[in-house]
Design a protein. Structure first.
Ligand SMILES: C[S@@+](CC[C@H](N)C(=O)[O-])C[C@H]1O[C@@H](n2cnc3c(N)ncnc32)[C@H](O)[C@@H]1O
Length: 342
């Protein structure tokens, strides 16, 4: 079966491109060979035109997945159609599956664990996410199956991210968003990331671009994990990351301005004026906004820019749904006429 041979450093972007073109063969696993990766592709004429060497190789089929497409299919024989409606979306973080089990399915926990293990045979822990959120946006979890730990290494966008769900915030659903930002960034930029957590944004951007990133985080546990993550990925990173512990509202005023600021703002924190003041060309500001208020949100940003003597163009993108009609959004702010424009 065909596979394209790509340099390991380009494997992630090429894989995405292949998926976008619909010619990536997800039924087989890629294989590392020295400094190259063999990516499985379908038998399509498009593959030849991509400029990569195409080989005929046996790549192993992904176990189980080809049979069990998703949890709902797997559980269709065990749960009633009524019960299946209560199944919630779940996350797989490293080898931990994180689920929310509503009251209506509590008697089906064993079946759900069985189904998760069928769909994801590599998981070693199934944790139930509590509804209550503590300091630093950390949820309460209870382990319902497997090893008694909430620490794992999550692979995403070509980096490894050590996370500990009991100590620091991490959201695997932002994978696409992190990749989007890494594509926008250009080599040579200086970037500031307050509210940096265990450094997922910084690592993904530094993985692909020769940039200098300064990141700031208040939670000491997230800071410690972030430092470990820099070491864990050291050999993969093109860019440099400086990580500063502390409160963004104390630290940022002491820092210079940057080409780009990325603010994964915690909920209910208003860091707009602070982050705008540090951005020379671009700001990516995350917030939670009701869909009816998106135009007001844009207007608020334009007004905040004007107050700082800047003109800006703002595009607001819905990143994920949060609750009915309320979205996590990212405002991509570009300064059209900035104070120190060169
Ligand atoms: C929404 S999370 C984002 C974390 C990370 N960027 C990510 O995407 O995984 C917000 C982060 O901001 C941190 N935080 C909250 N208040 C802060 C403050 N005043 N200064 C610096 N970091 C803060 C929290 O500990 C948390 O890690």
């Amino acid at each position: 079966m065909p596979a394209v041979k790509v340099p390991a450093t380009e494997a992630e972007p090429v894989k995405r491109k292949l998926k976008k073109l619909g010619i990536y063969d997800g039924k087989r696993r890629p294989r590392r060979e020295g400094n190259f990766v063999l990516l499985p592709v379908t038998d399509s004429p498009q593959v030849q035109g991509m400029g990569y060497e195409v080989l005929d190789v046996e790549l192993p089929l992904r176990p189980e997945r080809q049979i069990y497409k998703n949890l709902e299919t797997v559980l269709a024989d065990r749960l009633t159609p009524e019960e299946l409606k209560y199944l919630r979306r779940y996350d797989v973080i490293g080898d931990i599956a994180v689920v929310q089990i509503p009251r209506e399915l509590r008697h089906r926990v064993d079946d759900i664990v069985w189904g998760l293990r069928k769909v994801h045979p590599f998981i070693r822990v199934v944790a139930q996410k509590g509804f209550h959120e503590g300091a630093f946006r950390i949820r309460e979890y209870s382990i319902i199956w497997g090893e008694r730990r909430l620490e794992t290494i999550h692979k995403e966008n070509g980096v490894e991210i050590k996370v500990d769900l009991s100590r620091a915030f991490f959201n695997p659903r932002m994978k696409g968003e992190r990749y989007r930002l890494a594509q926008l960034v250009r080599d040579g930029e200086r970037i500031l990331i307050p509210f940096a957590g265990v450094l997922p944004y910084a690592l993904v951007i530094a993985r692909y671009k020769r940039v200098r990133i300064t990141a700031v985080e208040l939670n000491e546990e997230a800071y410690r994990l972030g430092l470990e993550n820099i070491e864990l990925n050291r050999k993969r990173l093109k860019g440099e990351i400086e990580f500063i512990p502390g409160n963004a509202f104390d630290v940022l005023p002491e820092l210079p301005t940057y080409d780009r600021v990325i603010s994964p703002t915690p909920r209910d924190v208003d860091a707009l004026a602070l982050t705008l003041s540090k951005a020379e060309r671009w700001l990516h500001y995350y917030d939670f906004v009701h869909e009816a208020d998106i135009e007001d949100f844009k207007a608020r940003i334009i007004e905040a820019c004007a107050l700082q003597g800047k003109e800006c163009a703002v595009k607001v993108k819905k990143v994920s749904d949060f609750k009915p009609h309320v979205f996590k959004v990212c405002a991509d702010v570009e300064f059209t006429k900035a104070k120190n424009w060169s």
